[in-house]
Design a protein around this ligand. Structure first.
Ligand code: PTJ
Length: 404
């Protein structure tokens, strides 16, 4: 169909786009199909174009639901028919489940027939949904038209790639709905009994493997089904995305830590002053002097490190040994635009290395009790609250971590 070379880094993506575009011209895919596809591509890019690890659990849960169903139906729209015809047919045969055409846009018998005939040309034995007469109660869009032997009679419906009002109406009708949607926040994904946040082209074959795996184990299926919690599943996907994006941000920003020299002093002073202005520092302006920092450079019992991102200074930490075995972090600050990239974690790692090299078994820090962001950073790195100091200028929390 195309002259895109197989070696092109985005060959598959370009091929699928072409397929969607070609079948839109033929009338199988709705005019809005390419937009929906592009939306999916964007989410897939962020997710890494691979099945997210926590989604495998959801795929198994979906397989268990489909195998336990008395009358499972796979709903097929224009995009899914074109993206994964073989995988749809193969999954339907394996469960076994019925295939039913159900479209939103331009629902004419002609379009329904085109999709059904396309699936039959790809090997489907039977495709429901052409000229169907049953109605989903309280659903007024054309998706409400369903086959009396298909979705109308179903107890579990698998819905690939759509966002809208149908899932809620099917649930209200007493059916369980499994969606496959790359947008974990779409209405369909949020409302469904279970969403598989993956590309249909990957999810369907994985679903088939899970069906095979669970077929002979009713007990395991029942256990899996009892644990289905769609909100937890969505939260796991969002956490996965959060960790993935942060780690990419970290790699892109190329953060590193250097021992500070006098050349870094102006930067350190400016940074401390800007953080004091944010109200998140256990320090008053008049207490800050260049001398205090200078005295820590190259001293036996203290250290100052700066954080660098692609040649830009963006954070610093200074620490000193208070008494035998204790290393106290005096100040730690990251410039506003560089927060959330893992720089705080890197600086603390360096401090903990120093503590270990100096024979200290504890790192401690005093933080303003009102500054939750700083406490969150230390808690995340394994520091726990050790005490509380009530002061007029603002209460302090002492946090510490044992160094192995
Ligand atoms: O054939 P029709 O008339 O039934 O129309 C089908 C479309 C897809 C055009 C229609 O249902 C629609 O407009 O859907 P939406 O509202 O754009 O929602 C599509 C959802 O699927 C979005 O949340 C996309 O992120 C998601 N999506 C897109 N491509 C994929 C996908 N999810 C999984 N795999 C994909 N390949």
């Amino acid at each position: 169909m195309s002259d895109v070379p197989a070696s092109h880094p985005r060959a598959l993506s370009l091929k699928l786009r072409e397929q969607i575009e070609h079948y839109r011209k033929v009338g199988l895919v709705a005019d809005a199909g390419p937009i929906a596809h592009g939306r999916g591509e964007a989410f897939d890019y962020l997710l890494g174009e691979a099945t997210p690890e926590p989604v495998v659990k959801d795929i198994y849960a979906a397989a268990a639901l489909l195998l336990e169903a008395e009358h499972p139906v796979i709903s097929v729209n224009g995009n899914t028919a074109v993206l994964a015809p073989q995988a749809l047919i193969s999954l339907a045969n394996k469960i076994p489940a019925k295939l039913e055409v159900n479209v939103f846009y331009g629902r004419t018998q002609e379009r329904e027939k085109k999709i059904a005939e396309y699936l039959i040309s790809q090997g489907a034995q039977e495709v429901l949904g052409v000229n169907s007469t049953a109605k989903v109660p309280h659903l007024h869009s054309s998706r409400g038209q369903v086959d009396k032997n298909g979705i109308a009679a179903a107890d579990v419906v698998l819905v690939g790639l759509e966002d809208g009002d149908r899932t809620r109406a099917l649930l209200a009708w007493g059916k369980k709905v499994i969606s496959i949607d790359l947008n974990p926040l779409s209405r369909t994904a949020i409302d469904a009994t279970l969403n598989i946040c993956d590309n249909v082209i990957r999810a369907l074959p994985l679903l088939e493997t899970a069906v095979e795996d669970l077929r002979g184990d009713e007990q395991r299926r029942k256990k899996i089904i009892a644990k289905i919690n769609s909100k937890d599943s969505t939260a796991r996907v969002l956490q996965f995305l959060d960790i993935r994006l942060k780690s990419i941000a970290h790699q892109i920003s190329e953060l590193s830590v250097l021992e500070a020299t006098e050349a870094h002093l102006n930067f350190i002073v400016d940074l401390i002053n800007s953080v004091i202005e944010e109200g998140c520092f256990d320090l008053e302006k008049d207490k800050l002097s260049l001398e205090a920092i200078i005295s820590k450079l190259n001293a036996e019992n203290s250290a100052v490190y700066v954080l660098v991102s692609q040649n830009n200074l963006c954070g610093f930490v200074d620490a000193e040994i208070l008494e035998e075995g204790y290393l106290q972090v005096a100040n730690l600050a990251i410039a506003k635009n560089y927060r959330g990239l893992g720089g705080g974690q890197l600086l603390l790692k360096k401090i903990e290395e120093l503590a270990s090299n100096k024979g200290c078994d504890k790192v401690v820090i005093r933080l303003l009790a009102s500054c939750r962001a700083a406490q969150a950073l230390f808690l995340k790195q394994g520091y726990t609250p050790h005490g509380f100091i009530a002061l007029e200028k603002g209460d302090l929390i002492v946090m510490g971590k044992k160094i192995e």
